[in-house]
Write a protein that binds this ligand. Structure first.
Ligand SMILES: C[S@@+](CC[C@H](N)C(=O)[O-])C[C@H]1O[C@@H](n2cnc3c(N)ncnc32)[C@H](O)[C@@H]1O
Length: 462
């Protein structure tokens, strides 16, 4: 078996590459910040545990922590996803607080930031125990005790029978793990790989493999996939423990909407906010994580998904498209947001809920949440502290919505200082509105999608 002790020199060398850098190296053309996109996380320790759409890069977070925090402070990510900002904050010696509404993502964040609580040798033993259990149960006609989650309905069979048998053996094993931290590691190893051996795939929204022109998966070495993931986690856990300061700072992952922040955070308690809220692209985090939510036991019935949809930042188009008219709840004389929404509203009325009005409702709901978010930033930041908000623009029904500009103006209107808006990358891909989920007019060539970093400061000290 591969263990930490017998990892190849090459693997150990690879890990050395990830020693925390000592200096700030923003190198992104004219841009002030490094590229915030997730891609480079796929090879970085701890960050590579769980793929997450629209996660941001660990080196971007590291750069901004070094640029904005001179001494130990409290870093908040109000939409922490799978915890990129929290992990980096801990590694740099800061306290970290994250809010995340999706229980699977929140659990992933929690498992990562708690990696220092794992005893590496015990994890090694548990992996060996799993290998023996799996080998014997897959070869002796074993009938697993676990069953698939009853409420999880899919258009076609999620797992082929052979794959399902192996997945259920894994579930039986997980039920035997007594240490809660180790159990969470195994559950995450399963959740982060589970779609790979299913008949579904991310394109980037979750859909049937056959719809994407791929073959169904009739059989798969599930045990090997899990062991590989666990070994990655084992190596990274050891790396994390070596790289954390002697006295680990505190980390808190709150599985609740950030809009309930008053329940958890005193005013003026945060030194730096680094975050990326959902974009105005209707990427459906909850539908796309249905397999994980059901299989991990966070959802048992479709009604369990409703509260998540309702409190998601910006809502979803599906939740507001049937409303007659949803308006902005604030006024913004400094920008043409109202006019843009009006233009959008009048497009294609003959298409009913698929026409401009539904999309204008969605955009209005989104900007209403931007307004509440800006006020929450103002309340939680200490005087003179900074918030960096990574946000993408959007194109709805061919109408370009410069979300970053509007968010900047909204923030100014509630008394935050807009320090700058920086656009590190000219284009971005993977916008589910344009690609697949919902058929809308293709983006005009003249419109480009980009991501921007909106830098805000809480200058008002009264
Ligand atoms: C763009 S992703 C953030 C990804 C994160 N930066 C990372 O690296 O993993 C936005 C996240 O906000 C979460 N979210 C949506 N509405 C929320 C709310 N009201 N409160 C807290 N989290 C929310 C989504 O579930 C999603 O994980």
């Amino acid at each position: 078996m591969t263990t930490l002790a017998n990892l190849s020199d090459h693997q150990l060398e690879q890990l050395k590459l990830f020693e925390p850098e000592g200096s700030v190296t923003p190198d992104n053309g004219d841009s002030y910040f490094s590229d915030p996109s997730f891609a480079n996380n796929k090879t970085r320790p701890i960050h590579r545990w769980v793929p997450w759409i629209a996660g941001f890069s660990s080196s971007f977070v590291r750069d901004v922590l070094q640029m904005y925090l001179e001494s130990q402070g409290t870093v908040l990510d109000p939409f922490c996803g799978v915890g990129t900002a929290l992990v980096e904050a801990l590694l740099c010696g800061h306290n970290a607080i994250g809010f995340e509404i999706n229980p699977y993502a929140a659990q992933a964040s929690r498992t990562k930031v708690n990696a220092h609580l794992i005893t590496v040798s015990e994890l090694e033993c548990e992996i060996s125990r799993f290998q023996a259990f799996y080998k014997s149960k897959t070869s002796d006609g074993y009938v697993p005790k676990s069953t698939p989650p009853e409420g999880f309905r899919t258009r076609s069979e999620f797992y082929s029978p052979r794959v399902l048998h192996k997945v259920l053996i894994l579930q039986d094993f997980i039920d035997t793990i007594t240490d809660s931290n180790l159990r969470e590691i195994f559950r995450l190893a399963f959740a982060s790989t589970m779609v790979r051996y299913s008949n579904y795939s991310y394109e980037p929204s979750l859909g049937r493999r056959v719809s994407a022109g791929k073959q169904e998966i009739l059989d798969f070495p599930v045990g090997q996939a899990i062991v590989n993931k666990l070994l990655e986690m084992l190596v990274d856990t050891s790396w994390f423990q070596e790289n954390l300061r002697a006295e680990p700072p505190s980390a808190q992952v709150i599985n609740d909407s950030f809009f309930n922040h008053q329940k958890y955070l005193p005013p003026a308690s945060v030194d730096l906010i680094v975050t990326s809220p959902p974009y105005l692209n209707n990427y459906h985090y909850n539908r796309n994580t249905r397999p994980q939510l059901y299989w991990l036991g966070y959802a048992e019935h479709p009604k369990d998904m409703k509260p998540l949809e309702q409190s998601n930042f910006g809502k979803y188009w599906q939740t507001v498209r049937e409303r007659d008219r949803l308006d902005l709840e604030f006024s913004l004389p400094s920008a043409d947001l109202e006019e843009q929404l009006q233009t959008l509203r009048q497009l294609k009325p003959e298409k009913g809920i698929y026409g401009g009005n539904g999309w204008a409702n969605y955009a209005a709901a989104y900007f209403n949440d931007c307004y509440t978010f800006a006020k929450s930033i103002k309340r939680t930041l200490k005087p003179n502290a900074t918030a960096l908000v990574v946000i993408g623009n959007s194109i709805l029904q061919g109408v370009m919505i410069p979300t970053d500009q509007y968010f900047g103006k909204i923030s100014e209107s509630i008394g935050l200082e807009l320090v700058r808006i920086d656009v590190p990358r000219a284009t971005r891909v993977g916008n589910s509105i344009i690609q697949s989920d919902i058929r809308v007019v293709k983006a005009k060539k003249s419109h480009q999608l980009y991501e921007a970093i909106v830098e805000l400061r809480n200058t008002d000290i009264t």
